[in-house]
Design a protein around this ligand. Structure first.
Ligand code: CAA
Ligand code: NAD
Length: 294
């Protein structure tokens, strides 16, 4: 795959200073991975607690790498120092790439991206880490849709190799190439995919989660399903995976893909993911989901 996209990577303008919107599960992971691979990054959130969480997670990852001898302490300090947590747009006029990683909600993304477009210079590439929403739908109100591209990372970002780069109808070659180049610079394997609800991976993964929900609605024990899928050879079962992803994000993705492909992914009554989300049991991020976390 790396070979297949080497032309894009060759044409890419290297990203010198990046920014991430959102310091949650994904934004924090993207900021950490960017900094660890040598691209300084501004990390903006509306919540101080989330910024602190993002920095603490990055510090934890670095401490582990220092402890195992893979990284020197001075290098770890400089990586951490190259992540700038912030609540405002300071320095956004000087970044060349921004990844938006706020909640999976079209209206919120429209609002956040409209403000972002005013804060950055023309030519700055803006990427959305959306899981499922079409890039053309997210980018519809933008003044410079040619600078807008999809860049879908997977969770946990530091270890998952794949990144989907999504070309919208109005996305420029420059934006696609720059996203591919940035993914490669982060040590990832990019694939360029078409714009549709769920892109490539979530069109496969979400029906699997839906089938799991149907099994649970039919009376299956989620823990037994997880054990079976692990014994089958998958790294984690569907219930644990949903706890890692977050039930709130899961519900949005199920709804978008369900609406996009109603015949292929029928709705599940008494959907376990939706039931847990309605009780604020979001998974690891909230301390409990299918499983409880200390
Ligand atoms: N954050 C950072 N690093 C992590 C991590 C985390 N949450 N979890 C594990 N790691 C690191 C470990 O530190 C370890 O690193 P080193 O080798 O450098 O020490 C490495 O990953 C392997 O760790 P383990 O041996 O403990 O774990 P493992 O063999 O069980 O693998 C895993 C961990 C790679 C996460 C594996 O369980 C896996 O692939 N799970 C499936 C994840 C998946 O499917 N993600 C996609 C979610 S869906 C999505 O993201 C799309 C969406 O739009 C919702
Ligand atoms: P999250 O809830 O962990 O984090 C979202 C963050 O965005 C929060 O810290 C929140 O405070 C912040 N935020 C909200 N409004 C903001 C604003 N106006 N400006 C700046 N920050 C703001 O969510 P997440 O799981 O990191 O998901 C973020 C995006 O990534 C979603 O689009 C989701 O679909 C996508 N995604 C999620 C996963 C996953 O496994 N969780 C995987 C791939 C893609």
């Amino acid at each position: 795959l790396k070979k297949r996209y080497k032309d894009h990577a060759r044409q890419a303008t290297p990203v010198v200073q990046a920014a991430v919107l959102g310091a949650g599960i994904m934004g924090g992971g993207i900021a950490f991975t960017s900094a660890r691979r040598g691209t300084p990054v501004r990390m903006k959130d509306i919540s101080v607690a989330q910024l602190e969480l993002g920095m603490t997670e990055a510090a934890k990852q670095l401490a582990r790498q220092v402890k195992s001898g893979r990284l020197s302490q001075p290098k770890a300090n400089s990586v951490l120092g190259s992540i700038t947590p912030q609540l405002d747009d300071t320095g956004f006029d000087a970044v060349d790439f921004v990844v938006e990683a706020v909640v999976e909600n079209l209206q919120v993304k429209h609002k956040v991206l409209a403000a972002l477009e005013d804060a950055v210079a023309p030519g700055t590439v803006i990427a959305s880490n959306t899981s499922s929403l079409r890039i053309d739908d997210i980018g519809a109100p933008l003044k410079r849709p040619e600078d807008f591209v999809g860049m879908h990372f997977f969770n946990p970002v530091p270890v998952m190799a794949l990144v989907e780069v999504i070309r919208g109808e109005r996305t420029s070659n420059h934006a696609v190439s720059t996203a591919v180049g940035y993914a490669v610079a982060m040590g990832k394997t990019p694939i360029v995919v078409k714009d549709c609800p769920g892109f490539l991976v979530n069109r496969i993964l979400t029906p699997y989660i839906n089938a799991f929900s149907q099994l649970v609605a039919d009376g299956a024990d989620f823990e037994q399903v997880d054990k079976a899928m692990e014994a089958f050879g998958w790294p984690m079962g569907p219930a644990y995976l949903q706890d890692v992803v977050g039930m709130d994000t899961g519900v949005h993705v199920i709804d978008v893909i369900g609406a996009g492909y109603p015949q292929r992914m029928p709705a599940v009554e008494r959907n376990a993911v939706k039931l847990l989300a309605s009780r604020q049991l979001y998974g690891q991020k909230s301390g409990a989901g299918f499983y409880a976390y200390a």
